[in-house]
Write a protein that binds this ligand. Sequence first.
Ligand code: ADP
Ligand code: MG
Length: 172
Amino acid sequence: MIIELETETADRTREVGRALASVLEPRDTVVLTGDLGAGKTTLVQGIGQGLGVEDHVASPTFTLVHEYSGRLDIAHVDVYRLERVQDVLDLALDELGGPERVLLIEWGDAIADLLPEDRLRVELTTESADAETRRIVVTPQGPSWALRWERLEQILDPFRRPARRPLDEAAP
Ligand code: ADP
Ligand code: MG
């Protein structure tokens, strides 16, 4: 059960974030995964917009966690570097940003075992053919996302990745 999306610009990825924001609930965890520059922080910017955050959302590169308040409170974490994983452990993940916050965690796969079982995984991939295009795969994990899945599919429908042409058709 996955939803496969495609965005052609950073703004379009922010739009996906805004759409995702509309189904978020207190205590949700969203794991963002993908290479450096794939667009994880860009997507978080969109989620922030969707939750009515007025502050500028930037990568938590120098501080482990950025906290924002909007319709829901957000804790935005990036555990890219190994020492960050330890920092997150020291902070006690549960306490990050308070009990009701939505946790948006870049490179969260690295600490998957420590995260709530109920979480949404969003993977961004750069397509080699076109430097701007990103493929985004959304995977639900756990019962709370299973319940919201149909709604999520509807909301993300405008961003669906078009079906690829068969290889033989693509030949000149
Ligand atoms: P990450 O957090 O995954 O390292 P960032 O979101 O910080 O990535 O950076 C992504 C970069 O790629 C930004 O400079 C953004 O403007 C650019 N970009 C170009 N096209 C897209 C797209 N379709 N989606 C997201 N970002 C894009
Ligand atoms: Mg980032």
